[in-house]
Design a protein around this ligand. Structure first.
Ligand SMILES: [Fe+2]
Ligand SMILES: [Fe+2]
Length: 214
């Protein structure tokens, strides 16, 4: 299937957004591995950091192919703010907060976005379809890790304020990309409701309550 240069550019912009999220995930997982003493968790974070680097490289090469002259990245400001509150959690040695921010909320949003977004990969044939499936499976395992970790928390409600910050930024991010979503006949509100539907119940009971009343 042939696509026009404008469509290539818009796909590259969307991939640029995903690339920013992959870079945050790589850097945060690498820092998380240094924050915890538990061997199994440490091993998971190191493996995740490696996988996120592979995802970033994959997106980078697709962007180069689609838009060799480069394209701007949507929601840059919101993504920077997201990274900054994640880094605050890491600096405060608040591993649980960082897991909520990365493995649960950012990965949850990424899973919804990736499962919708086929176009950039379809253009490159079966090779990229396979890579996309590998990436999706790895992202699923990161999200599952986050959810399983939350089950071990005694009072996750304490962290609802942190969740509110992350969720509010995700909401701002997706809404700021409305124009790009419309280009692909996608609906940002649909992403937001799908994303909310996959979050754990306690986030709905606590964080989302504050978030929707903010
Ligand atoms: Fe990733
Ligand atoms: Fe991930």
């Amino acid at each position: 299937m042939n696509i026009g240069s404008d469509e290539k550019k818009q796909i590259a912009r969307l991939l640029n957004f995903l690339l920013s999220a992959e870079k945050i995930a790589h850097s945060c997982a690498a820092k998380q591995s240094k924050l915890c003493d538990d061997k199994t968790m440490k091993h998971f974070f190191i493996k995740q950091a490696r996988q996120e680097k592979f995802h970033a490289l994959t997106f980078q090469s697709a962007i180069l192919w689609l838009a060799p002259k480069g394209v701007n990245s949507p929601a840059k400001k919101q993504i920077q703010q997201y990274e900054s509150i994640l880094n605050d959690a890491i600096d405060n040695h608040d591993l649980l907060n960082s897991i909520i921010g990365l493995q649960v909320i950012l990965e949850g949003m990424g899973n919804v976005a990736l499962s919708h977004f086929n176009a950039g990969f379809k253009q490159r044939g079966n090779g990229y379809k396979k890579i996309r499936n590998v990436i999706l499976a790895q992202e699923d395992s990161h999200y599952d890790f986050g959810l399983n970790h939350l089950k071990t928390c005694t009072s996750p409600a304490q962290h609802s304020n942190h969740s509110s910050n992350y969720l509010s930024l995700i909401n701002d991010t997706l809404l700021s990309m409305q124009g790009l979503f419309e280009y692909f006949d996608e609906d940002a509100d649909e992403y937001i409701s799908e994303f909310n539907a996959i979050l754990p119940a306690w986030i709905h009971e606590n964080a989302l309550y504050h978030y929707s009343n903010a």
